[in-house]
Ligand binder design. Structure first.
Ligand SMILES: Nc1nc2c([nH]c(=O)n2[C@H]2C[C@H](O)[C@@H](COP(=O)(O)OP(=O)(O)OP(=O)(O)O)O2)c(=O)[nH]1
Length: 157
């Protein structure tokens, strides 16, 4: 099929946009946001950890690789969050997936200049890369509902 899916078949169709994957790592009603350290035009802006899908790599494998490289963690990849966002005049597309940390791994900012766990109410306290805006909008109610669970609340005693 001549579609833009590129979800792991192994061959990048010539005209397909480059796929950038991002991980919305969620824990206790908060999502992990990371501050870019480069390039200068976007340094200090916030994003979901992730990066380019390499030729022949599935989107989920790319996310697992990027989370290991950037954060030193193992993750389980879940559902897509939001829609595919076209970037760079259509030459690339951003796809974000929900993810959760495995085996008690704790993220470290190995390539980013900062990291924050943001609740729904805190999502707007950082400046996201512009392409992330529609994803963040979809994430907000997801986090808000997760935050309302007993696990999302601080213990009382
Ligand atoms: N990882 C990530 N990249 C994003 C997001 N939003 C967004 O516009 N981008 C853009 C920034 C970059 O132009 C591009 C990702 O490229 P990158 O340089 O981080 O990819 P990479 O880790 O594979 O890096 P490299 O191979 O070029 O070193 O996508 C997001 O939420 N997460």
């Amino acid at each position: 099929m001549r579609t833009e899916r590129g979800n792991g078949g192994g061959q990048a169709a010539r005209r397909d946009p480059k796929v950038i994957v991002g991980a919305a790592i969620i824990e206790d009603g908060r999502v992990l946001a990371c501050a870019r350290s480069a390039p200068p035009e976007v340094a200090g802006m916030w994003e979901f950890p992730g990066g380019k899908v390499e030729p022949g790599e599935s989107e989920t494998a790319a996310l697992a690789r990027e989370c290991a490289e950037e954060l030193g963690v193992r993750v389980e990849i879940g559902d897509r969050v939001g829609r595919s966002v076209r970037m760079a005049h259509g030459r690339s597309v951003l796809k974000v997936y929900a993810a959760r940390l495995l085996h008690g791994d704790r993220p470290q900012a190995l390539e980013h200049s900062g990291m924050r766990w943001l609740s729904a109410a805190e999502l707007d306290t950082v400046t996201w890369l512009p392409a992330d805006a529609p994803i963040v909008a979809v994430l907000r109610p997801l986090l808000a509902s997760a935050d309302a669970t007993p696990e999302g609340q601080a213990p009382d005693r």
